[in-house]
Design a protein around this ligand. Structure first.
Ligand SMILES: C[S@@+](CC[C@H](N)C(=O)[O-])C[C@H]1O[C@@H](n2cnc3c(N)ncnc32)[C@H](O)[C@@H]1O
Length: 215
């Protein structure tokens, strides 16, 4: 794994196995705020599923803007979680990032605003099946690119994520691949364009409609 500075000054990592960066090179922290946290909206006390937690940027961005959040992070790679301990972050986020630095050993952390992060290590395709249904207001879906890791963008995975979400819940992801959106729609998500940040194509926002209450 090597670290790479992105255009907003924040640092991301490069994964040699998947030949992919953990974030957009146009700005790693910018991506967390502008593709995930801001487009979905955030309120104090929300429950968030950070699907493919990595360095935790999406969760750190959420924690910097709200309190009493309950965040569940799913991640398979202990090495990337351990890297959080030595990750440089922009000075304005340093204090907010501090509680995350020990997640590799503690697996859970609570910050000074009572945001609680719980990390579940393992294959998210399996871990997600054990999460309580109808629990999450927001899902930050951040697997490696669909063409590099298609097994994480399947109907089965989206159906499992759907089950964990509250009616009216929202999911964000950077991909707008047609087949990815089709898989989301196949399980009932209403799909729309997310923001265009750092590239011409839009991100995706998927909504679990409030009328869908049968589980
Ligand atoms: C694009 S990166 C996520 C970036 C992350 N949101 C961040 O802020 O650093 C994709 C992540 O998915 C993880 N991953 C890959 N396959 C996985 C699986 N089957 N289950 C859980 N996590 C997985 C990788 O280890 C990597 O950390």
């Amino acid at each position: 794994m090597r670290f790479v500075k992105t255009n907003d000054g924040s640092v991301t990592a490069y994964n040699e196995e998947h030949h992919d960066h953990y974030h957009s090179l146009s700005g790693a922290m910018e991506e967390a705020f502008e593709k995930h946290v801001h487009p979905l909206g955030l309120r104090d006390g929300m429950h968030i599923l950070d699907f493919c937690f990595g360095l935790g940027y999406n969760s750190i961005a959420a924690c910097s803007e709200a309190s009493n959040l309950r965040i569940t992070g799913l991640e398979i790679d202990e090495e990337i979680v351990a890297a959080i301990a030595r990750m440089p972050v922009p000075p304005q986020l340093d204090a907010a990032y501090a509680p995350f630095r020990h997640l590799a050993t503690t697996r859970s952390a609570t910050d000074t605003k009572n945001n609680r992060i719980t990390l579940l290590l393992g294959d998210a395709r399996k871990t997600v099946l054990h999460l309580p249904p109808l629990s999450f207001d927001r899902v930050y879906f951040d697997a490696f690119a669909p063409q590099k890791q298609p097994e994480l963008w399947t109907v089965e995975v989206f159906a499992a994520v759907w089950s964990t979400m509250k009616p009216g819940g929202l999911l964000s992801t950077y991909s707008c691949a047609k087949w990815v959106r089709a898989n989301m729609e196949a399980v009932g998500f209403e799909v729309r364009d997310g923001p265009r940040i750092g590239r011409r194509s839009p991100a995706t926002i998927a909504e679990k409609g409030v009328q869908e209450i049968t589980e």
